[in-house]
Design a protein around this ligand. Sequence first.
Ligand code: ASP
Ligand code: MG
Length: 411
Amino acid sequence: MALIVQKFGGTSVGSIERIEQVAEKVKKFRENGDDIVVVVSAMSGETNRLIGLAKQISEQPVPRELDVMVSTGEQVTIALLAMALIKRGVPAVSYTGNQVRILTDSSFTKARILQIDDQKLRADLKAGRVVVVAGFQGVDEHGNITTLGRGGSDTTGVALAAALKADECQIYTDVDGVYTTDPRVVPKAQRLDKITFEEMLEMASLGSKVLQIRSVEFAGKYNVPLRVLHSFQEGPGTLITIDEEESMEQPIISGIAFNRDEAKLTIRGVPDNPGVAFKILGPISAANIEVDMIVQNIAHDNTTDFTFTVHRNDHLSAMRVLENTAREIGAREVIGDTDIAKVSIVGVGMRSHAGVASRMFEALAREGINIQMISTSEIKVSVVIEEKYLELAVRALHTAFELDAPARQGE
Ligand code: ASP
Ligand code: MG
């Protein structure tokens, strides 16, 4: 008998019909003898609808009140699912974050979980009840309702699994697992049977949107086995775990992530003195703008070029800051570029294989794609390229690293 935490996202509880389907599914698990805690999101579109209401009152709603309101989305789904289970003869009880006591800090709209009281949940499970918990919400030490940030129900699921030492945390969603890359870009993308926390974290921060990043961090920290599955299709999904098999089978690259969220800024003709990087990036960080990739070229004529990337939303404010800096330090010019994209190859297999980066560069060269910037870490290599080549680059890399699904008969 296992203890399983199952999280169902917004589309999986998006209608009464779907909620009934989820109840059927949970019932089957119960009949197998497993103890089940279910975490649900608000019905799809509901959180956006609620935020929309608040915005009609004020462009920047008071965060505390916003949380009081958006937390109601999940309160509706927990009650509906509990009703649907009880109707099927499955004893069930629903709890809000406050009722469980999912204690968080007081950072409204992006609170962090501090502690979970598992007493009530354990007592219910012991009494044979399925426990249905509202995702995305908690309560601070003063009794204020808090929420965990968009997509936060994933984190609720993982945190409950950690607190209860569950055998597995299953994240049910509208895809049947984690893929080698976005199947909309590469139709030959494949579902991964397994991926490590580290890789998943890279994939998530680099643009793959299957799981909330924080939930993956949490799962890695507490070593909660995490599985991504399709809500209404059978299949093994993708297991996210700690172990890195050293087998020959281990692919060098597990996935290819990409995003169009960044913009590039270049400051040219910078006098090349000690402290230059600080003079350029200090004011950027003082303006609360996060920098991702950085490149400084070798100086010629005692001046150098310095390039970095920021989130596209920060591009204009970063340009303003940089133009100021350019004037102050006597740099020649500032150039901005938003037509860029970042493509990354990710894999723990890189640790034991040399030449992975050059294989990546070779594949891009063969397509005539120019690389503007490069950054590497132990388990990833990222490049910035011109945005219009993004899809071509992802496809070429997917093939070069042998990730393409084998062609089916007749294809
Ligand atoms: N309902 C919340 C949202 O849309 C939390 C979640 O679904 O995970 O962000
Ligand atoms: Mg989600």
